[in-house]
Design a protein around this ligand. Structure first.
Ligand SMILES: Nc1ncnc2c1ncn2[C@@H]1O[C@H](COP(=O)(O)OP(=O)(O)OP(=O)(O)O)[C@@H](O)[C@H]1O
Ligand SMILES: Cc1ncc(COP(=O)(O)O)c(N)n1
Length: 272
């Protein structure tokens, strides 16, 4: 069967734990046909981001139109946008209908602490988002107050709907967190109500790319026809399993990548 097309619009991570490389691994693991528009090139490994080379906005537009003309996606995720000029190019494509089922991961700072984006660039894209997936720090930066507890996350998810995104998931992962008693909690605004999604907490330093993989898996499931709440539940399960698989991996000296191997079924069960 011809696989559905799903597109990532994101930055390149030379260490391949996050960014476009992580997204394409997720799509391949889900047996989808992944395409990519590169917004920036980073020189990075598990320890740090050493340099960021922005891609010119026109080159981003050229990549988007090349795909729209020949390989149109059923769903799209955005990650690192880098500059407001690139964000404008991407929101222009969204406005003209080239980015259906849009998942916006508002990447602002890497796990290793480097700034990768700015709030006012991301805000240009949110009116076109089907779902946005900020972590607590990103939600705090967009809203201007500190989002910390599950109650805060629920309140933030509701407030972030004012940006124009139809659904909102505020994620509760944090590379430096102690194993939280309540597990891994995410808050999902469905347009009518907030649902707290709880999963088991995986104790590991290998958390590089959790947010990228989460938003890519949501886009992947939207391309397969899921509604957003089902896609989000699947993505949470995908990341938990990918964290567990790589729990004891020793790749690099910093926050290592996730395990995308061993997914033989689209349902994430590992079987057909
Ligand atoms: N240690 C963990 N154990 C279980 N689930 C986790 C863990 N860390 C993150 N998650 C889950 O991973 C998903 C992505 O959330 P997270 O908050 O890590 O994104 P993020 O901070 O944007 O990631 P990144 O730092 O890679 O950009 C969420 O469903 C979250 O609950
Ligand atoms: C190109 C690129 N995109 C996104 C991230 C965020 O991922 P993380 O927070 O896991 O570092 C990153 N480090 N690099």
């Amino acid at each position: 069967m011809t696989p559905p097309i799903v597109l990532t619009v994101a930055g390149s991570d030379s260490g391949a734990g996050a960014g476009v490389q992580a997204d394409l691994k997720v799509f391949a693991a889900m047996r989808l046909y992944g395409t990519s528009v590169i917004t920036a090139i980073t020189a990075q490994n598990t320890r740090d981001v050493r340099a960021v080379f922005p891609v010119p906005a026109q080159t981003v537009t050229d990549q988007l139109t090349a795909l729209a003309d020949d390989l149109p996606p059923l769903a799209v995720k955005t990650g690192m946008l880098g500059s407001t000029a690139v964000a404008d190019a991407v929101s222009g494509a969204a406005r003209s209908g080239m980015l259906p089922n849009l998942v916006v991961d508002p990447v602002l700072v890497s796990t290793s602490g480097r700034r990768l984006g700015v709030v006012n660039a991301i805000e240009r894209l949110l009116p076109y988002a089907m779902v946005m997936t900020p972590n607590r720090a990103e939600a705090s930066a967009i809203l201007g107050w500190v989002v910390s507890t599950p109650d805060d996350m629920a309140k933030a998810a509701r407030q972030l709907a004012a940006t124009g995104s139809r659904y909102v998931v505020v994620t509760g992962g944090d590379a430096d967190a102690e194993s939280p008693a309540e597990g891994a909690v995410d808050a999902l605004w469905t347009g009518a109500t907030v649902r707290l999604l709880r999963g088991p907490w995986v104790e590991t330093r290998n958390t590089h790319g959790t947010g990228c993989s989460f938003s890519a898996a949501i886009a992947g499931r939207l391309a397969l026809g899921d509604a957003v709440p089902e896609a989000v539940v699947f993505a949470k399960r995908y990341v938990a399993r990918a964290l567990l698989g790589a729990q004891r991996w020793e790749l690099g000296g910093g926050h290592g990548p996730l395990d995308h191997h061993g997914w033989s079924g689209r349902d994430g069960s590992g079987s057909e």
